[in-house]
Design a protein around this ligand. Structure first.
Ligand SMILES: C[S@@+](CC[C@H](N)C(=O)[O-])C[C@H]1O[C@@H](n2cnc3c(N)ncnc32)[C@H](O)[C@@H]1O
Length: 704
C-alpha cells in the first residue's frame, strides 16, 4: 500500500528534488547504515542517492540503563552509524562523506518493544498495544566524515530523535492472530507495519507518519538544513569542522577517554557512562502529542573524533578545541563560541563549553582569556543589575524615558558620579540605551530587555527574583568558601541566626523579607509556569493541589492551560494570609487557597499533586516524609507533577542547577533518575520527563 503510493510519486521525483537540502548531498558518498527496506524507500523517494551498508552493530544495549526510550534509540542509531563509518575506510577502502544510522522502537507502559523474535513475542507486543496509545521513537545519527591528508578521519556526530504517538483500536484475539499469521509483524518494531496491513489496527497517529514507518524524513531534512545551510554555509563542512575542531590540545580529557574502537568509544561518552551508573528503570519521555512532531530535536554536536584509518588508534588534533553542544529543542543544533560569537557566561542545558588552551607556555588565545575574564567579571555584572533594580532605575526610566545621569541621581537620591557609572555599566550590559546629545550629557532609556523583565510592573517582571538574589542569594554566596570547606549551608553566617526551616525561621518571621521572597517565587512562576503547565496532557485530571504553591502564580497557569481543572494552592498560613497582594486582576474562581503545613497537616484531596520547586529544598528524609503523605492521600491513577531543574545524569549540567547546589541549602539538586527512584519508592511510576527549555524541567508520575 505504502510502496505503491510512493511509487506513483517517485517518477516525478527522479528528476526533481523537492527539498533543496537533499541536493546539497549530491556528489557526496552518502551511506545508509541500515538494511530496513522501509528506510531505504523513504530516502530514495526523497531523491537521496546513497549506498546501503548495513551495520554490524549488534542491537544489544542494555535498555534498563536508559532513563528514557529515545536515549536508547539514539544510542543504537549512533553505534550503527559509527560502526559503518569506521569500517568502510578499512574494509571498503573508501571513506564515506556521510553515514546515516537510525533505530526505531515502540514504547508502551515503560517498556521498549523492538522486533518480535517469534509469533508469541509478536502476540505479547501487539496485545500490550491493544486499545492504547503508544509512542514510536526513531533515533537518527548523522556521522560526517572528514578525511585528512595524513589518512586520518575526523568524525562529527549529529543526532536527534522524533516521537510519534499512535493509538491502536481494541484488538480481538481473532484479529490479533490473523495479523500475526500474515507474517507482517516479524521484522517490525512493535510487531506492526503501519504502511501495510498493520494500518488497519491504528485508530490515530499524532506526529510524523514516516517516523512510524521507520524514518523521520522531515526532521532529517531540517537537520541537513542546519548542517549545510546554517552551520556550514561556506565551503561545506569545512567551516563547521574547523569551528568544532578549532583549538584542541588539551588532549587529556578526550584522548584518555578514547578507547581504541570508536564504536565502544561512543558508548563510553560521559552521558552514556552515567546512564550505566544509573539504576533508574526505563520510562517514556515524551511531550504532549500536539507538540510531538516538531519539538523533539535533540541535536548534538559531539567532539570531532580523530581515528587513524589503519589501526583504529584514536588521536586528538594538536590544535585546541572549542566545542559547544546544544540540545535546544526548537533552535536545533547551534554552534556558538567561534571567534565572532560570544560564549554564554552560564551555559544552558546541553551546552558544553570546552576551551582547551594549547600548551601551558604558548601565547594565550584571545577567546580563552576572554572566557576567564568573563567568569571573573560575572559577579560585577550581577551586582550592577541588582543595584540598578533596587534603586528602581528601570521603573524610573519607564515612567520618564530620557533622563540624564544628573536627573537620575536626583531621583534615586544618589551621587551624580556613582549614578553615571551605574548607567554606563547598564548600557554596556545591554540593559539601557543611551542617546548622545550635542555638548550635553547623554540621556538614557530602557532596552527591550529591561522593558520586558526589569520593570517591577511588567507582566514577566523578574524584579522580585532579582531582589531575592541581591538580599538572600548574594550573602549566601559571599560565604561560599566556608560552605565548601564545611560542607554545610551558611544561613547563620549570612543572616545572623540559626535555621532549621529556611521558610519558617528566615523568610517568614519578617513581613518585608516574606513579601520579597513571595515576589521572587511569583516572578519565576510567572515566567516558567506556562511551560510547566503545558508540558503534559493533563486532560484526565479534574482537581489538582499545588503543594507549596505560594502566591498561586503557577496554579493560575494550570487553570489557564487546562479549562477542566480546578487547583487548590496549599501553603503555610504565613503565605496564604498574603495572597491578596498577588491576586490577578481577573480573579479565577478555579484557584483556591488552603493554609497548612505539608509535613504535618492533612493534604487536600486531588487527582493531581503539583510539586514545583519544592523537593530541592529538602533532604531525602524530608522528601520521603512528604512523598509518603502524598502517596497515602492518592488513589491509583492519581498524578504527581514534579517541576525542578533536573541535573543531567552525568551531573555535568545544567550549569544553573549546579551553581544553585553551591548555596548548600538543606536540600539538594537531583537528576530526573534520582527523582524517579525517590518517587518509585512511594508507588509513583514516572510516565513522562520533559526538559521545557525554560528554567524548570518537569516530570509526570502516576500512582500505581
Ligand atoms: C521554593 S518555593 C516554591 C513556590 C512555588 N511552588 C513555585 O514554584 O513558585 C517553596 C514553597 O513551599 C512552601 N513551603 C515550605 N514549607 C512548607 C510546608 N511545611 N508546608 C507547606 N508549604 C511549605 C513555601 O512557603 C514556598 O511557597
Amino acid at each position: 500500500m505504502f510502496s505503491n503510493l510512493f511509487r506513483e510519486q517517485s517518477d516525478e521525483r527522479a528528476t526533481m528534488v523537492l527539498n533543496p537540502v537533499i541536493s546539497k548531498l549530491s556528489g557526496k558518498l552518502v551511506v545508509l547504515a541500515s538494511a530496513s527496506p522501509r528506510r531505504l524507500e523513504i530516502l530514495r523517494n526523497a531523491g537521496l542517492r546513497f549506498e546501503v551498508v548495513p551495520s554490524w552493530f549488534k542491537e544489544t544495549l542494555d535498555k534498563g540503563l536508559y532513563t528514557a526510550p529515545h536515549e536508547y534509540a539514539v544510542e543504537t542509531a549512533k553505534q550503527k552509524a559509527l560502526e559503518v563509518a569506521r569500517r568502510m575506510p578499512i574494509k571498503h577502502l573508501k571513506t564515506p562523506d556521510i553515514v546515516i544510522g537510525a533505530d526505531t522502537i515502540v514504547s508502551v507502559d515503560g517498556m521498549i518493544l523492538e522486533k518480535p523474535v517469534d509469533k508469541h513475542d509478536a502476540y505479547r507486543m501487539l496485545s500490550s498495544l491493544s486499545g492504547k496509545e503508544h509512542s514510536v521513537f526513531t533515533g537518527v545519527a548523522i556521522v560526517l566524515c572528514h578525511e585528512k591528508e595524513n589518512e586520518e578521519v575526523d568524525y562529527q556526530l549529529i543526532d536527534f530523535y522524533e516521537e510519534t504517538k499512535v493509538k491502536f483500536a481494541d484488538l480481538s484475539e481473532d484479529m490479533l492472530w490473523e495479523y500475526i499469521n500474515s507474517g507482517e509483524p516479524m521484522d517490525k518494531a512493535g510487531g506492526y507495519g503501519i504502511q501495510a496491513l498493520g494500518g488497519m489496527l491504528v485508530e490515530y497517529v499524532h506526529g510524523d507518519f514516516l517516523n512510524v514507518v521507520g524514518f523521520p524524513l522531515n526532521h532529517f531534512c531540517k537537520q541537513l538544513d542546519l548542517i549545510y545551510n546554517r552551520c556550514t554555509s561556506s565551503s561545506d563542512q569545512e567551516s563547521a569542522s574547523a569551528r568544532l575542531s578549532k583549538s584542541s590540545p588539551h588532549p587529556t580529557s578526550v584522548l584518555t577517554q578514547l578507547p581504541h574502537n570508536l564504536t565502544d568509544q561512543s558508548s563510553q561518552s560521559p552521558s552514556s557512562s552515567a546512564k550505566h551508573n544509573s539504576s533508574a528503570s526505563l520510562r517514556p519521555n515524551s511531550p504532549p502529542a500536539s507538540q510531538t512532531h516538531h519539538t523533539h530535536g535533540s541535536p548534538s554536536f559531539s567532539p570531532v573524533h580523530k581515528a587513524k584509518k589503519e589501526d583504529g588508534d584514536s588521536e586528538v588534533s594538536e590544535s585546541s578545541r572549542m566545542l559547544v553542544n546544544s540540545f535546544s529543542k526548537d533552535r536545533g543544533a547551534e554552534i556558538i563560541g567561534s571567534d565572532n560569537t560570544a560564549l554564554p557566561l552560564i551555559p544552558s542545558r546541553g551546552q558544553v563549553i570546552e576551551l582547551n588552551v594549547a600548551r601551558e607556555d604558548s601565547e594565550p588565545k584571545r577567546e580563552d582569556l576572554q572566557r576567564i575574564m568573563e567568569l571573573m567579571d560575572g559577579f560585577k555584572a550581577s551586582k550592577a543589575l541588582f543595584t540598578a533594580s533596587k534603586l528602581c532605575v528601570f521603573d524610573l526610566l519607564h515612567r520618564s524615558p530620557g533622563l540624564d545621569s544628573a536627573q537620575m541621581a536626583q531621583e534615586i537620591k544618589a551621587s551624580v558620579k556613582g549614578t553615571e557609572c551605574l548607567l554606563e555599566a547598564c548600557v554596556s550590559l545591554g540593559l539601557l540605551k543611551s542617546k548622545d546629545r550635542k555638548c550635553q550629557k547623554p540621556v538614557y532609556e530602557n532596552t527591550d530587555l529591561a522593558v520586558r523583565f526589569l520593570r517591577s510592573d511588567a507582566s514577566y517582571s523578574l524584579h522580585g527574583y532579582i531582589q531575592h538574589c541581591n538580599n538572600t542569594v548574594w550573602p549566601l554566596f559571599s560565604h561560599l568558601e566556608s560552605a565548601v570547606l564545611e560542607g554545610s549551608h551558611q544561613h547563620e553566617k549570612a543572616f545572623g541566626k540559626k535555621t532549621n526551616d529556611l521558610f519558617q525561621d528566615t523568610y517568614y518571621n519578617n513581613q518585608e523579607i516574606k513579601l520579597r521572597f513571595m515576589r521572587a517565587m511569583h516572578s519565576i512562576a510567572k515566567v516558567t509556569g506556562k511551560d510547566v503547565a503545558t508540558a503534559f496532557d493533563l486532560s484526565t485530571f479534574k482537581t489538582a493541589c499545588d503543594l507549596g504553591g505560594c502566591t498561586g502564580a503557577m496554579a493560575y497557569e494550570f487553570t489557564e492551560a487546562h479549562p477542566g481543572l480546578t487547583v487548590t494552592v496549599f501553603d503555610l498560613p504565613a503565605v496564604v494570609e498574603m495572597i491578596e497582594h498577588f491576586r490577578p486582576q481577573h480573579k479565577d474562581n478555579r484557584v483556591s487557597f488552603v493554609a497548612g503545613d505539608f509535613f504535618q497537616d492533612e493534604l487536600p484531596k486531588a487527582d493531581l499533586y503539583i510539586l514545583a520547586r519544592i523537593l530541592h529544598d529538602w533532604s531525602d528524609e524530608k522528601v520521603h516524609s512528604l512523598l509518603s503523605k502524598i502517596a497515602q492521600t492518592c488513589t491509583p491513577g492519581c498524578g504527581l507533577l514534579l517541576s525542578e531543574i533536573f541535573l543531567d545524569e552525568d551531573r555535568k549540567g545544567p550549569c544553573r542547577g549546579l551553581l544553585q547546589a553551591l548555596s548548600m541549602s538543606v536540600g539538594k539538586q537531583r537528576s530526573a533518575a534520582e527523582y524517579t527512584l525517590l518517587l518509585k519508592s512511594h508507588g509513583f511510576i514516572t510516565a513522562h520527563v520533559r526538559h521545557t527549555d525554560n528554567l524548570l524541567d518537569a516530570m509526570l508520575c502516576i500512582r500505581v
